[in-house]
Ligand binder design. Structure first.
Ligand code: PLP
Length: 399
């Protein structure tokens, strides 16, 4: 008789986005003429940069010839991409990593989820609340105990240290869903905590490209000591619109260790390499060529333009909400805005009000965790004309 992993019952159904979709579907079915604008999706809408498309075409042509075609890619990524990553994302910022510390993959979702494969199930895991749901769900699925660290306006969305020592800590900055960031000093306190308690920080930097404030670190390795305590996840999804192409990478420094139940020290870099070699067969050559093109001068300029476009969307939404005297967090170094719902409205009540009265869709904050109740997330990834129209509708509704 087959036994199921019963820990999966701990996560329930994927309620948030399916519930959003259901309510929108029902609304549209009842009012077929209504034009609903979504500021809820976390997916990009701008086309891929021309430099990336050109590189993908050229790589596709290489596949057409026996002399230049490529088979299985190296599990941790081609040298040309790893070198470009080291040079532009790290060396240029004074961070020195070696090629064998970079693991190219097909997404930060898989990596932030799969990293649990190399961590014991007995670890106590601290996760910020609200959070990208993958962190909590994958740890519950593995049977680990999770301690939530509330991130609220009162603590400036910087979590306080847990009441008891924890083994693993998930931090995501710039944050999804709150759009807030940590200063160097705030992040340093967490690195120091991890050094003192011999814990591991899993730092999700999927939105680092949206940081423009020099006081905000773009990599945890800008903080002294972080090499000893942190794994960092990066993604080309939002940096360069790769949500449909799939390419990301994870940094696992060689200094990182964990212990066995008998007290032996084991390298996490070697263990992650072993895990990837067994369970992952690499990211497509064509896609890695596309990713490497982001680092060319044209690629840099073109992807910057797209990020600026999204950040201008963020400003339009933020200014609109502020004119309406709503309290808005984030949106300055991140493509997300985290809005306090007016009065005593719950996240879902606010969702229904916006859908029914303005035909605007966002994401209820409560879907990202208990501490998200009473908040609402808008994303800046929409089309400009829709963002402007949504802002006008909100002004009409709340004036
Ligand atoms: N990490 C965070 C915080 C995210 O918000 C997302 C996507 O929404 C991801 C990771 C997933 O990135 P990828 O598309 O590389 O899987």
């Amino acid at each position: 008789m087959v036994k199921v992993n019963e820990y999966y019952a701990r996560v329930g159904n994927n309620y948030l986005f399916s519930e959003v979709a259901r309510r929108v579907r029902e609304y549209k079915a009842a009012r077929p003429a209504a034009r609903v604008i979504s500021l809820g999706i976390g997916d990009v809408t701008r086309p891929i940069a021309p430099a990336v498309i050109e590189a993908i075409h050229a790589a596709t042509n290489e596949m057409a010839s026996a002399d230049t075609m490529r088979g299985y890619p190296p599990e941790a990524g081609y040298d040309f991409l790893v070198e470009a990553i080291l040079e532009h994302d790290f060396r240029a910022r004074g961070v020195h990593l070696s090629p064998d510390e970079i693991f190219v993959s097909d997404g930060a979702k898989s990596d932030t989820g799969n990293i649990g494969d190399i961590l014991g199930t007995g670890n106590l895991v601290a996760i910020t609340d609200p959070a990208y749901p993958v962190y909590v769900d994958t740890n519950l699925m593995a049977g680990r105990q999770v301690e939530l660290l509330p991130c609220l306006p009162g603590n400036g969305f910087c979590p306080s240290f847990p009441g008891r020592p924890v083994d693993v800590i998930y931090l995501c900055y710039p944050n999804n869903p709150t759009g807030t960031t940590l200063t160097r000093e705030q992040l340093k306190k967490w690195v120091d905590y991890a050094i003192e308690h011999q814990s591991l920080i899993l730092f999700d930097a999927a939105y680092e490209a949206f940081v423009s404030d020099p006081a905000v670190p773009r990599s945890i390795y800008e903080i002294e000591g972080a090499r000893r305590v942190a794994i960092e996840f990066r993604s080309f999804s939002k940096t360069a619109g790769f949500t449909g192409l799939r390419c990301a990478y994870t940094v696992v420094p060689r200094d990182l260790t964990a212990t066995t139940s008998t007290g032996e020290t084991v390298s996490l870099n070697a263990t992650w390499r072993r895990r990837q070699a067994t369970k992952f067969n690499g990211t497509a050559y064509i896609i890695q060529r596309g990713a490497a093109a982001i680092y060319t001068p044209e690629g840099q300029r073109q992807t910057r333009e797209t990020i600026d476009y999204y950040m201008q969307n963020a400003r339009i939404i933020k200014e609109c909400l502020e004119r309406l005297n709503l309290t808005v967090h984030g949106g300055a170094n991140a493509p997300y805005l985290w809005v306090k719902t007016p009065g005593e409205l719950s996240s879902w009540e606010f969702f229904d009000r916006l859908l029914n009265e303005a035909q605007v869709v966002g994401t209820p904050g409560s879907g990202f965790g208990k501490a998200g109740e009473g908040f609402f997330r808008f994303t800046a990834f929409g089309k400009r004309e829709e963002v402007i129209e949504a802002a006008e509708r909100l002004e009409t509704l709340f004036r």
